[in-house]
Design a protein around this ligand. Structure first.
Ligand code: ATP
Length: 325
């Protein structure tokens, strides 16, 4: 299924002033500091906050449509599951509200619970589900209505690291199958870079930078964006791989051991970064590593010193890219 594209220019006085376009199948990750307007953007699109301007989905003007009639699927933190309904009834609810007959709604809901791996928990109430399971129900509930626009607000927030990692893999699969436009608000650069086809950075209610994940990561336009997306992104065998600078080990000798990715090159710059020292290495591509000040001293790091960088394969998130370049 391929849906319509999105073309928006929205203003919420004092909070948001953005223009964006997205093709069907695109996943826009919206990142930015607290108060940047990320949630306001989603709320304006879903009708929870009044906005001026336009938001066209194909030839339909969303802002002119009653909220109930917008083909928008929501996975919002504050739109929790109905506590008195089972997982199945929660997923079927949206279809029932649109007038789908009960039996057909339940059938479609059951099929979606199966797709998110929860067929066996269909009868459970939300209080009997884990955080990750509840989030899967919320995703099924949003997608069962076949929305043209899917809005996700911090879908991995509040989950344990391992649960969030599993959900990220699962969500990537559903987003790849989704034919509409998805807008994903996240605080996590790893989510943004691994789930999105395009990253939009908001600062002070405006777009500070937007572009493909690897471009935003490799060429952050402001110091703030650099801090926000402080991740390494490399291209390997037609896929992209992202990892945190804190997961990189620096050494002067070639590291031994398996299940590691290894590069080497001269140190380009050293700069304080929180409690660590951020080391930029001209390793083709440029990579960054965060080391302790003690390690930086012991290794004698300074511009021009040749170093090896290694990262464990388990610390690397790899993902497909459409762009063969
Ligand atoms: N109900 C409201 N009424 C007026 N101003 C609001 C309201 N909600 C948020 N704001 C303001 O709008 C701006 C954008 O807030 P928004 O919640 O969209 O940011 P955000 O990027 O989602 O932040 P966070 O990452 O903290 O969730 C902020 O300056 C905030 O103080």
């Amino acid at each position: 299924m391929t849906g319509p594209g999105l073309d928006l220019a929205l203003t919420v006085p004092g909070r948001l002033d953005v223009a964006l376009r997205a093709d069907p199948g695109e996943v826009l990750a919206v990142i930015g500091p607290n108060g940047a307007g990320k949630t306001t953007l989603l709320h304006a699109l879903s009708g929870l906050v009044p906005a001026a301007g336009h938001a066209r989905l194909g030839d339909r003007e969303l802002l002119a449509q009653p909220v109930r009639e917008r083909r928008v699927g929501l996975v919002f933190q504050d739109q929790v599951l109905f506590p008195h309904l089972s997982a199945l009834e929660n997923v079927a609810f949206g279809l029932r509200a649109r007038g789908t007959p009960r039996a057909r709604a339940r059938e479609a809901a059951a099929a979606w619970l199966e797709r998110v791996g929860l067929a066996e928990l269909a009868g459970r109430r939300p209080s009997q589900l884990s955080g990750g399971q509840a989030q899967r129900v919320a995703i099924a509930r949003a997608l069962v209505t076949e929305p043209a626009l899917l809005l996700l607000d911090e879908p991995m927030a509040g989950l344990d690291v391992g649960v969030a990692a599993d959900l990220r893999v699962e969500l990537r699969r559903h987003l790849a199958d989704f034919g509409g436009v998805a807008v994903l608000v996240t605080h996590d650069a790893l989510d943004a870079l691994t789930l999105a086809t395009r990253v939009v950075v908001l600062e002070g209610g405006r777009v500070a930078q937007e572009g493909p994940p690897e471009e935003v990561a490799a060429r952050p336009r402001t110091e703030h964006v650099a801090r926000l997306v402080g991740l390494n992104v490399v291209r390997r065998e037609g896929r992209l791989a992202a990892f945190r600078p804190s997961d990189v080990t620096l050494s002067l000798e070639q590291p031994v051991g398996s299940a590691r990715l290894v590069w080497h090159g001269p140190v380009r710059t050293l700069a304080p970064h929180g409690d660590a020292v951020r080391v930029q290495v001209a390793a083709r591509p440029d990579l960054i590593a965060d080391v302790t000040p003690l390690a930086a001293r012991d290794l004698g790091l300074e511009p021009g010193v040749e170093v090896w960088l290694a990262v464990k394969a388990t610390a690397v998130a790899t993902y497909a890219t459409d762009d063969p370049a």
